[in-house]
Design a binder for this molecule. Sequence first.
Ligand SMILES: [Zn+2]
Ligand SMILES: [Zn+2]
Length: 263
Amino acid sequence: MTLPEKLWIALIAIPGASIERGILYFSLAGGAWLVLHVLLARLLAGRKINPQRATWGQMSREVLYSTRSLVIYGLVTGFMVLAFFSGWTRIYTRFDQYGWTYFFVTIGLIILIHDTYFYWTHRLMHHPRLFRLFHRTHHLSTNPSPWAAYSFSPLEALVQAGIAPLVLFTLPVHPLAFTVFMVWQISFNVLGHCGYEMFPRWFVRSWCGKVLNTATHHAQHHETNRANFSLYFNWWDRLMGTNHAHYEERFSQAVGESAKQLH
Ligand SMILES: [Zn+2]
Ligand SMILES: [Zn+2]
């Protein structure tokens, strides 16, 4: 394939990828908003992490910034398509090349790699010298709605998109395995910003609560602008001592179990 041909395919892939990610974002964030914040809002009032409702102004801003992130994701995907056709990536396309076990293992592995990548880049972006430029946009929402899932500054969107080259340049991955990871990633991201605590009351005191993060965990990060930096799993925060000291109390409060004051 000639260079102009590769460039042409990469160019076409840009809007295609943005639209594809956009469909996922708008259906999942929009679905969560419609179901939790509109249809079941009364029924779930006792599960609202912060009793205040997100304003239209806040949600419009979150959608606008998320849409800008979708454009950046499209550009990064365009680059990855060029990289694939140039033979720079380790993407493989035939399932029998590595087998089904490897296929499923890579999905888990990408999630673990992303969890680590997110924790450390997130902590770095909270450094006072980097915060304004990279991460302030995301923290404009102190009581985020599901629409905040991709509400990033352009630089942060680039950092977030960095997981694709990191994985696809180093690990043999089938495109379908990466797609499954993308669906998991946006689903969990929307859950983290959904504004409602959907896990059972005992969750945070059980072993699963020591492993998996909750919506309250990330909401508390937005409320306090410190602590609770991890994404899917709680172990990096536990290991580095960055879990909020009052995480369990905040969870109990979110599920209507405790009347303790917010810290
Ligand atoms: Zn943050
Ligand atoms: Zn967030």
